[in-house]
Design a protein around this ligand. Structure first.
Ligand code: ADP
Length: 591
């Protein structure tokens, strides 16, 4: 059991070490950081000056008139310095926290959005969002509060300990036994806490991911009348999160109780001994007062450290997960200097698959492409047909270099894709997916996604060519109308035409097209067909075809099954041949 828990939760020290990854982000704001340290030093000095001021007040403040004013004035002056320094400390460190977390979020988001398809296949987007929000939030509180409290308390503990010895070495020795006694259970308790807090945050991320997924597919949920089921599932996820949190909270409560009991136990012991010294005249009342104040300040700081220790552990868990994500390296990268090839201008749009074998990493036993060979000449339109799971979408994904082949190669204008910068390659390829992505932005911005610098007139022209002008103009605010998340306010055919307009605007020499399978109404169908014809003109086109019209227009039809090409030719040739194509045609296009 003990051995098991050490492998599951690394020791507290190593975990806190992960917070070191925050330092580069803090270092960028050196001005704020130094200002904070200065304010912190001043506030600590003021705190530590309070007990002597207090002693002055007790020993001399009540005896003669002239000293009374001076003693109280000094006490008040120290308090004012403390107030101002504390305010400055709070201001600088809070601002630092905000800035550090803003930088961290920006870096994490920038990193995540650049990671490859394989990474995003295996991560849930809700969980990634949770890293960006919950974990970053935790780190904000660490920098803004915990780190500040930790440093301040450490300074105060050391300072008050030193002053305790100056005030009364004998009593200080007593205190010195008490403080380590208080720290020990805190350290022990915190180890358990580290593990519990990571588990607790993981469970919250699970619940968030679930909500994200189902709210994103709310129509599917409602269409199946699965609201009660989803409520139940979410409820279970939340209940598990609460239960895990309960364990963490309980551990934290115990640590706090133990710390306070031990600290005040020690103080009471010291006070009792000190009271005897005052009665026997070995010590003035003011000195005892000063001692007690230092003990209170020191003890309070130890308590604060205990709580902050827990916070720091929680944050270390968050930072650990963020660091994990930041360490993910994209597998699809631009080749190093010297190995990179640029495409010759003008780009011709010639595509060649040579003996490509590819398995998805999650399914190593089953190749999605198995010795795939295809040569598409510039300007040619090739229709890919085949049963579901044949590998058609994989062909398109490989061409965008979302994945690299395990063997064989893919050439674009004669250059191996792996020798090209993926960004440069993707600039040359337009994509109209089966389910186009419509962003929660205006119609104009959605089309402009194809070429960000396009003018309004160009956006309008693209919409016109995509036969999207009529319905966009009919929207309440025309091109400025918000399309709603995932284009909820558009029909399937309209969404496709937006995607076609986007591709027209991009004007890339190669076009990848995944035709929608769902039937559109006749009018929408005709509009989409016209738009597609315009789009395909003069481009090399690979189309996953579901419609007879597209197939008849293609220069060549490639029939795929189980990651291989099983036949190719024209519609008539393939029909005459019989086999898989004739079967598919009968089922899909000819009924
Ligand atoms: P098609 O487009 O012809 O329906 P796909 O190219 O989508 O076929 O799929 C080819 C094979 O690869 C299928 O067996 C499918 O289950 C598998 N596959 C597709 N995408 C993934 C993925 N992201 N991870 C694992 N396997 C996948």
């Amino acid at each position: 059991m003990a051995a098991q828990s050490t492998t599951a939760a690394p020791p507290a020290k190593a975990r806190l070490g992960t917070l070191r990854a925050l330092w580069p982000f803090i270092r960028r704001h050196m001005g704020l950081f130094s200002a904070w340290l200065l304010a912190l030093g001043l506030a600590s000095a003021a705190t530590l000056s309070l007990p002597p001021a207090f002693k002055q007040m007790i020993d001399h403040g009540f005896s003669d008139g002239s000293n009374v004013n001076r003693a109280f004035l000094f006490l008040f002056a120290v308090a004012v310095v403390l107030a101002l320094a504390s305010a400055a400390r709070f201001y600088f460190v809070s601002l630092l926290g905000e800035k550090v977390v803003a930088d961290l979020r920006q870096q994490l988001y920038g990193h995540l959005i650049g990671l490859d398809a394989e990474f995003h296949d295996r991560s849930r987007s809700g969980e990634l969002v949770s890293r960006l929000t919950t974990d970053s939030e935790l780190l904000r509180s660490v920098v803004a509060t915990s780190m500040s409290v930790a440093l301040r308390s450490t300074v105060t503990v050391i300072g008050s300990l030193a002053m305790l010895f100056v005030t009364s070495p004998r009593l200080a020795a007593f205190a010195l036994i008490g403080i380590p006694l208080a720290v020990l259970p805190i350290v022990l308790g915190s180890r358990r806490l580290g593990k519990a807090s990571r588990a607790s945050q993981d469970r919250v991320a699970d619940a968030n991911a679930l909500a994200n997924e189902t709210l994103g597919a709310v129509r599917t949920v409602q269409a199946h009348a699965r609201e009660p089921y989803e409520r139940g599932r979410f409820g279970e996820a939340i209940a598990i999160a609460v239960e895990t949190a309960r364990k963490r909270i309980r551990a934290q409560a115990w640590v706090t109780a133990a710390a306070i009991t031990l600290i005040f136990g020690a103080i009471t012991l010291v006070l009792w001994s000190g009271a005897h010294d005052v009665i026997s005249g070995k010590m003035s009342a003011g000195t005892l007062g000063q001692f007690v104040l230092y003990a209170l300040i020191g003890g309070g700081s130890v308590g604060a450290l205990a709580e902050v220790w827990n916070e720091l552990q929680r944050a270390a868990g968050g930072m650990g997960r963020i660091a994990e994500l930041l360490q993910e390296t994209p597998r699809i990268t631009a080749p190093g200097d010297g190995q990179q090839h640029a495409l010759a201008q003008p780009v011709r749009g010639e595509i060649r698959f040579e003996d490509v074998v590819f398995h998805y990493p999650s399914r190593p036993e089953m190749p999605a492409l198995d010795g795939f060979n295809l040569h598409v000449v510039p300007g040619e339109t090739v229709a890919l047909v085949g049963p579901s799971g044949a590998g058609k979408s994989t062909v398109l994904a490989m061409l965008l270099r979302f994945h690299d082949a395990q063997s064989g190669r893919i050439r674009f204008d004669g250059v191996d894709l792996r020798q090209l910068d993926p960004a440069q390659l993707r600039e040359q390829v337009g994509l109209v997916p089966q389910h186009p992505t419509i962003f929660a932005a205006s119609a104009a911005d959605n089309i402009r996604y194809g070429r960000l610098q396009a003018t309004d007139a160009q956006v309008r022209q693209a919409a016109a060519d995509a036969e999207a002008l009529d319905f966009i103009d009919e929207l309440p605010e025309g091109f400025d109308s918000q399309l709603g998340e995932r284009g909820a306010r558009l029909s399937g055919g309209q969404q496709q035409r937006i995607a076609i307009a986007r591709a027209l605007l991009k004007d890339a020499p190669v076009l990848l097209l995944d035709e929608a399978t769902s039937a559109l109404d006749a009018q929408s169908e005709r509009a989409v067909q016209h738009a597609l014809q315009r789009l395909m003109q003069g481009r090399t086109t690979l189309v996953i075809a579901h419609r007879l019209a597209t197939i008849l227009q293609a220069d060549r039809i490639v029939v795929m099954d189980r990651g291989r090409i099983v036949a190719q030719g024209t519609h008539e040739q393939l029909l005459a041949e019989g086999g898989l194509y004739a079967e598919l045609a009968k089922l899909q296009f000819l009924d």
